[in-house]
Design a binder for this molecule. Structure first.
Ligand code: GSH
Length: 338
């Protein structure tokens, strides 16, 4: 039978093609009874274990959202803490199902390394932090500075580009972990510390005297951060991607962790499709019709997760900025569920 004839036969039986072919990753996750999620070993707001080893953070909540969609239980996750350098081998080798660790979407990480980025969960950009007493108001005044930077990151590459394109000299001081880098900066080993802006706010809280340091205004790069999967499993890729879009859609429709049960009775057709009271948009993902209801019920909508981990409800107090919804002059925009 040709592929087209097979598809026609499926259609005649009322079956969708996606429900006929279960993806290998979702099968493995279900069989294991647990999602294995690669996360940050220690950046507050994104991924950080407490003294009991319990992970919290924006990227961690993304893992919890997938587990909620699959198992109706956000705790069914095993976290694997990964350094910047080791994160891609862990994904490539199958050690983790998904990487949710402040990772920048770049062309070569997809095309060259065989990965796919599900969505942009956080639009970031790279910046610099310096001591106030250095009296520097702009990154353009950093010529000749020593700069602490982490190995295996886009940060390292952008730093080189920035100084080269402005014809400025610098001395990179390269570290394997953020902890080593920030400690060295704190002891005065480098004049500046560079990373994604959001992480600068997080790392500043680790300094002896956080108020003695400023974050310079320049944003020197685009760092679209998001979850990463291996190429070759479209269903899993879709599940990861639509987990994010379900949370953004929930925010857009005013569906929150608190009101989600009431919203099950809402007449709005978009809300009905999101929560599975109309249609079955979970099926093609290998999930039940209430997949998005489970995400919001257990973890929350995009705005709630942002505020809790990074915004007003957190120590970081990061503004939504370009991560606001598109209806509020931001970039967060979800394609329709229909
Ligand atoms: N978004 C950049 C940088 C990501 C990154 O690893 N940033 C460092 C700088 S704060 C980090 O999270 N380190 C955590 C750690 O080593 O504990 C990338 O994807 O390369």
């Amino acid at each position: 039978m040709t592929k087209r004839a097979a598809l026609a036969a499926f259609a005649a039986l009322g079956l969708s093609v996606s429900s006929a072919a279960a993806g290998p990753t979702i099968d493995a996750v279900k069989k294991r009874g647990q999602l294995v999620c690669g996360v940050n070993p220690g950046v507050a707001g994104f991924g950080l274990p407490d003294d009991k080893g319990q992970y919290t953070g924006f990227d961690v909540d993304f893992c919890r959202a997938i587990a909620a969609a699959v198992f109706n239980d956000p705790t069914k996750v095993r976290y694997v803490a990964l350094s910047a350098k080791d994160r891609f081998t862990a994904l490539q080798s199958g050690e983790i199902d998904v990487l949710s660790r402040n990772t920048t979407w770049t062309q070569s990480r997809e095309v060259g390394q065989g990965f796919l980025f599900g969505a942009v969960t956080y639009y970031d950009g790279q910046g610099f932090m310096v001591r106030k007493k250095l009296n520097v108001g702009s990154a353009l005044e950093l010529s000749g500075a020593s700069v602490c930077v982490q190995q295996g990151t886009t940060t390292e590459l952008n730093l080189a580009d920035y100084f080269r394109s402005h014809d400025m000299k610098y001395e990179p001081v390269v570290f394997a972990t953020a902890d080593e880098g920030i400690k060295s900066y704190d002891t005065g080993r480098c004049d500046a510390f560079t990373s994604d802006m959001s992480q600068l706010y997080a790392e500043r809280t680790k300094l002896g005297q956080p108020d003695d340091h400023v974050i310079l205004p320049e944003v020197i790069s685009k760092e679209p951060l998001g979850p990463v999967v291996r190429q070759g499993d479209d269903q899993w890729f879709n599940l990861v991607k639509w987990t994010h879009y379900a949370m953004v859609t929930a925010e857009e429709l005013g569906v929150t962790q608190k009101n989600v049960d009431d919203k099950l009775k809402a007449p709005n057709p978009e809300t009905k499709r999101l929560l599975g009271t109309e249609g079955n948009f979970g099926e093609g993902l290998g999930l039940t019709a209430d997949w998005a209801y489970r995400i919001v019920k257990h973890v929350g909508n995009y705005g709630e997760i942002f505020e809790k981990n990074l915004g007003e409800g957190s120590r970081l107090k990061i503004k939504r900025g370009i991560n606001a919804l598109w209806t509020k002059n931001g970039l967060q925009y979800a394609p329709p569920i229909r």
